[in-house]
Design a protein around this ligand. Structure first.
Ligand code: NAD
Length: 345
C-alpha cells in the first residue's frame, strides 16, 4: 500500500454518477481531478461546485489525461465495452457500473485486456457491498436456514426505461451477483421469459427467470413496469426462512422460524401413510444489521485495489460468471424460454 491518494475521473454525471462522485469526494483515498459527460455543461457545473480542475466531453479525452490513474464509469450500458477498452488501453484502472458489457464475449475481452495490461477492472456490483447481503451469507454459512431450497428475487419499480438494454441487463446483474455470492456456484440451467409491451421498442420491460442450481432453485423477476418499488429476496430453507427487503428502512432482514414438516397424522398408527405435511409457524425475528452506504464500501474497495494492486472481490472470473448467467438468460428469452446452460468462464 502506498497510501498516496488515487487521482480519479468520473465519467457520466446523469442520475447515478453524482452518487459515485459524492462518495469519492468523501473518500480520503482519492482526489477527483477530472469529470466527463457528453453533456459538457453538466460536467462543468459539477466541476464548478466541487472545484475540480479538468472537464471533458469524451472518455477518449479522459484516457489521454496523464494525471488520471483511475476512472469511474457511470455512462449508459451500451457504451461500457468500448469505453472500458479505451481506458484500459490507456493504462487506467476502471470501476464500471453494471453491466460490464452487453455480451459475454465483450466482457471476456475486457477481462483479458485488464489482465494483459495489469490493470484493475471492477464492475459495480454494489449489492456485494451491502451489509444485509453479507449478513445473509453468514447465516447461510452457519446453516441457520437448514437446507436452502428456494430463493425468490424481485426487483421491480416504475421506470427508468432504458433504450440501450432491456430490464434483464439493467436490473438482473444485481440479483445474479447476489445469488452467485450467496450460493458460491453456477446454475446448471436457466430459463427466462421476457415481455416487451411497447410496440416499436424491442427491449423487454419485464423478465422472469428461473435459475436451477444443484439442490436450490432461484427465481428472478425484474421489471421497470411495476406500480411500486419492490426489492425483495425471500430465502426458503428446510428449517427457517429469511426475507431481505431492501426497500424497508426499519426492517431490512427478518428471520422466520417456520417450515413445512412431516408429522404423524392425528390417530395414525405410525406407518408412512400415517404422516402428513403441516405448516409449523414459529417466531418472527427482525435482525439488526449496522449499515454503511454500500456505494461508499464499493468505492473504498476499488480504491484499495488500485493502491494495493489486489484483484477486486467482484472482478475477473466473478464478473464473467455474472455475465455468463445473464447471457444464458438472454438466450433463453430470445428462444421462447428454452432451457440454456451458462457457458463456463
Ligand atoms: N449500481 C446501481 O445501483 C446503479 C443504479 C443506477 C444506475 N446504475 C448504472 O449507472 C449507469 C448510468 O445510469 P444512469 O441512470 O445514471 O444513466 P443516465 O442516462 O441518467 O446518465 C448517463 C450520463 O452519461 C452521459 N453520457 C451518455 N453517453 C456518454 C458518452 N458516450 N460519454 C460520456 N458521457 C455520456 C449522459 O449525458 C448522462 O449524463 C448505467 O450503467 C446504470 O446501469 C447503477
Amino acid at each position: 500500500m502506498t497510501n498516496v491518494p488515487v487521482s480519479v475521473a468520473v465519467c457520466g454525471l446523469g442520475e447515478w454518477g453524482p452518487n459515485l462522485l459524492r462518495n469519492l469526494l468523501q473518500n480520503e483515498l482519492c482526489h477527483v481531478t477530472a469529470l466527463c459527460d457528453r453533456d459538457k455543461a453538466r460536467a462543468t457545473e459539477y466541476a464548478r461546485i466541487h472545484n475540480i480542475k479538468s472537464v471533458y466531453d469524451s472518455v477518449d479525452h479522459v484516457a489521454l489525461d496523464p494525471y488520471v490513474n483511475a476512472v469511474i464509469l457511470a455512462t449508459p450500458a451500451g457504451f461500457h465495452e468500448e469505453q472500458v477498452r479505451t481506458l484500459l488501453d490507456a493504462g487506467k484502472d476502471v470501476l464500471v457500473e453494471k453491466p460490464l458489457a452487453l455480451t459475454l464475449d465483450g466482457a471476456r475481452d475486457l477481462v483479458k485486456l485488464a489482465r494483459a495490461k495489469d490493470r484493475i477492472l471492477m464492475p459495480g456490483h454494489t449489492f456485494l457491498f451491502n451489509s444485509v447481503v453479507r449478513r445473509v451469507k453468514r447465516e447461510l454459512n452457519a446453516g441457520t436456514l437448514g437446507k436452502l431450497n428456494l430463493i425468490l428475487a424481485q426487483r421491480m419499480s416504475l421506470g427508468r426505461v432504458r433504450e440501450d438494454c432491456n430490464a434483464l441487463w439493467n436490473l438482473a446483474p444485481h440479483d445474479i451477483s447476489i445469488l452467485l455470492y450467496w450460493l458460491d456456484m453456477m446454475p446448471v440451467t436457466v430459463t427466462a421469459r421476457g415481455i416487451a409491451f411497447h410496440e416499436g421498442y424491442k427491449q423487454e420491460d419485464i423478465a422472469l427467470c428461473i435459475l436451477e442450481f444443484p439442490g436450490t432453485i432461484a427465481s428472478v423477476q425484474v421489471s421497470w413496469m411495476n406500480p411500486v418499488k419492490v426489492r425483495q429476496m425471500t430465502l426458503v430453507g428446510s428449517q427457517r426462512m429469511l426475507i431481505y427487503d431492501d426497500v424497508s428502512r426499519d426492517r431490512p432482514l427478518t428471520l422466520y422460524d417456520q417450515r413445512i414438516e412431516e408429522v404423524p397424522r392425528v390417530h395414525g398408527k405410525g406407518t408412512m401413510e400415517e404422516f402428513e405435511l403441516r405448516a409449523r409457524r414459529g417466531a418472527e425475528t427482525s435482525i439488526t444489521v449496522e449499515q454503511r452506504e454500500p456505494l461508499a464500501e464499493e468505492v473504498s474497495h476499488f480504491l484499495y485495489c488500485v493502491d494495493s494492486r489486489e484483484q477486486p472481490l467482484c472482478g475477473g472470473d466473478q464478473a464473467l460468471r455474472v455475465m455468463s448467467v445473464l447471457e444464458a438468460c438472454q438466450r433463453s428469452l430470445r428462444n421462447g424460454g428454452q432451457a440454456m446452460t451458462p457457458e463456463p468462464v
